[in-house]
Design a protein around this ligand. Structure first.
Ligand code: GDP
Length: 211
């Protein structure tokens, strides 16, 4: 499902890293609650319900690290997880849902901007996109925030098991083409399924290279 081959050594490095302990470190609802920068950080972003919690859990091999299916828009906080003392995984609040009130988008923006702009150790943001639908307007708006923050972002398509193989190949190619036109975007797009464990070992390899 991925187009980038990873060597056996890279895959093994990813497996080892994510086999290590992973512990919740802090939850921040305001900029002044952010933990001091300590490790290289990888942030996870995406529309509510995209499968972000499921992906963090699949990567780390834990069922309940990130809570699956929080009421959309409710968890407006950044959660920090220390992975084996080598990488900090940062779960950003989901966006794109107005159910919890119109303020949500503005709150997301403020908190996220504070974090994205002032984080020298933030190496990459994984922008999760539902593989059944592809990029949405709200994803494009978020990318503009990433562009303005000078942070590298990489699109990870989710729920591959819900998409027929031909459609998945087309979605991947189309997403890759759109991302290749964005200067700050990482050119590689991965297609994953937390449910069927597709693309997970490749994503682990990709992230281990940053640890
Ligand atoms: P979040 O709001 O982005 O954290 O999304 P969740 O991880 O809570 O997932 C939202 C819904 O999508 C839940 O019902 C999950 O069971 C489902 N889901 C997440 N990942 C997958 C996947 O890879 N395949 C399928 N079929 N469903 C998934």
């Amino acid at each position: 499902m991925t187009i980038t081959p990873y060597s056996a050594a890279q895959i093994e490095k990813g497996r080892l890293l994510f086999a290590g302990p992973c512990d919740f470190v802090a939850g921040a609802m305001k900029a002044d609650m952010l933990p001091a920068p300590r490790l290289t950080e990888i942030a996870f972003a995406g529309r509510s319900n995209v499968g972000k919690s499921s992906l963090v859990n699949a990567l780390t091999g834990r069922k309940t690290l990130a809570r699956v299916s929080n009421p959309p828009g409710r968890t407006q906080q950044l959660n920090f997880f220390d992975l084996a003392g080598k990488l900090m995984l940062v779960d950003l609040p989901g966006y794109g849902y107005s159910q919890a009130g119109k303020q949500v988008a503005a709150d997301w923006t403020n908190l996220a901007i504070d974090f994205l702009k002032g984080r020298p150790n933030l190496r990459r943001v994984l922008l999760l996109v539902d593989g059944r639908h592809g990029l949405k307007d709200s994803d494009l708006e978020i990318m503009e925030i990433f562009d303005a923050s000078a942070v590298v972002y990489q699109v990870i398509l989710t729920k591959a098991d819900k998409v027929k193989p031909e459609e998945a190949a087309a979605r991947l190619a189309e997403t890759q083409a759109k991302m290749s036109r964005r200067v700050a975007a990482h050119p590689v797009v991965l297609f994953t399924s937390s449910e069927k464990f597709l693309g997970i070992i490749e994503l682990r390899a990709e992230l281990a290279a940053l640890a």
